[in-house]
Design a protein around this ligand. Structure first.
Ligand code: COA
Length: 160
């Protein structure tokens, strides 16, 4: 059985992330969406909120599991029995960082491969921080995130 782990900060999960997970759910037996605590990124949503939102958004996919983690990704992947790391590549600008991440993870465990998927064109320009910024300035984010995430962003910004 091929279990793939899709790590990220997901602050919050966007349609671009969902796009990647839906593609992976077709290709792999099991997909673990691993939400990193990422304290260095000073997330707008705490880890429990990010996990709950991702569970809601991805609830229609039966072979997808959502977990939070605060350890090394490679350790968490081993613990979950995942032999593949999945990352999304939106544009050439993502490549350098992703190349470095994949290389470092390979140094830490050569048995875990990193693979990449690309989202559909309309999701290539999306990023969580831009969505947070638009929401904070009272812009409409309904084209970029699930309605539950849009509500959570409104609540975060004291609009509810
Ligand atoms: N659609 C829309 N946006 C996407 C996307 C997609 N398909 N793929 C990535 N993004 C965006 C994210 O929203 C995020 O935007 P933001 O920076 O504006 O918030 C940005 O791209 C990159 O974020 P993400 O994919 O969440 O990656 P990350 O760089 O925050 O996470 C980890 C990197 C969590 C995988 C990495 O830090 C990690 O492995 N941490 C665990 C600790 C560890 O093992 N460290 C050693 C690594 S060698």
């Amino acid at each position: 059985m091929n279990t793939v782990i899709y790590p990220g900060t997901f602050d919050p999960i966007t349609n671009g992330h969902t796009d990647i997970v839906e593609r992976a759910a077709v290709l792999f037996d099991k997909v673990i969406v691993a939400i990193a605590a990422s304290p260095g990124k000073r997330p707008g949503f705490d880890l429990a909120q990010r996990v709950a939102l991702a569970k809601t958004v991805l609830g229609h996919l039966s072979n997808v599991e959502v977990c939070g983690f605060s350890s090394l990704l490679i350790e968490f992947a081993r613990k979950c029995g995942a032999n593949i790391i999945l990352r999304g590549l939106r544009a050439v600008s993502d490549f350098e960082y992703e190349f470095q991440l994949a290389g470092m993870n390979r140094c830490l465990d050569a048995d875990i491969e990193t693979v990449f998927l690309t989202p559909s064109m309309e999701n290539t320009y999306l990023s969580s921080s831009l969505v947070r910024e638009i929401a904070a300035l009272h812009g409409d984010v309904s084209a970029f995130v699930h309605p539950e995430v849009a509500s959570a962003l409104s609540a975060l910004n004291g609009q509810q």
